[in-house]
Design a protein around this ligand. Sequence first.
Ligand code: ZN
Length: 297
Amino acid sequence: MIRLLFLVTGIIVLSQSSHAIEFNKYHNLKFIQKYLTEVAERYDHISYKYLGRSVMGREIGLLEMTKSKSRNAPVIYINSTHHGNEQSATEAALGIIDYFARFHDRPNINRFLKRYRILIHPVVNPDGFVKGSRFAVGGIDPNRDYPHPRNNEGTFRLPETRLVSKVLAENRVVGSLTLHSGIEAILWPWCFSDKKSPHEWEFKTIGRAVAETMGIKLFIQSYHDYQSEGEYIDYAYMKYGTYALTVEVDGVPKAKAEKLPEIVRKSVAGTIAFIQSLDQILLRNEVPKRKEISTAH
Ligand SMILES: [Zn+2]
């Protein structure tokens, strides 16, 4: 009898935890991993994809959300937590998953899911996340580990960034957001150079739409916020012509837990604005050609 009760209670707990997250506290890696597999089991339009392991052997995976039957459907790829201490950005990614899971029948979300394959990779750097550190093992900054147009050496030292590059290589990623937290800003390529990219107008159009929706004042080419080499957005744009933007969701890496519902709300709204704006840009233009980008810097 005791055993039966335990069983029944267990099922109730499982069914409650499988489809909702309360954003009143930070979630640990064990919870996140469990949530990803449970939400994929619960919803027909969601599947969990195992990507690989971190330096310390921690599992890294992402969710695919789509109602498209076509494997060639264009892909929107959202990743978060390159920097393990920026845990407001991790919660933002979980919030986006939660929204696109529970509200998949709302007209705009339903339309996005029919048109795109949406990939959400909430924890790029689980080793840093567990330690609350910006860096991966060996003190390597994952968001300085990518090639850019003037540097191809000493990059992809980490399995974590190689897994990100695999996602880009294996999918037709037309738009991407990489979530961070530490300032409030929307940033786009180039990071390594002060030269405008050939798609400055498109980046600015999309970046403004996201920033205004999120109530963020700073939207600018990344270099003009701070110059840096080896960032994800430069690589995704350089190599695949992806409209890739950095979204810095809050002014500090780990905001007070009371602020999480607001961070999640504006990150969801910003993601919806991003897809809407990207849709408009893609109606006007083809995806940028690699040649066009590589000859212009
Ligand atoms: Zn960061």
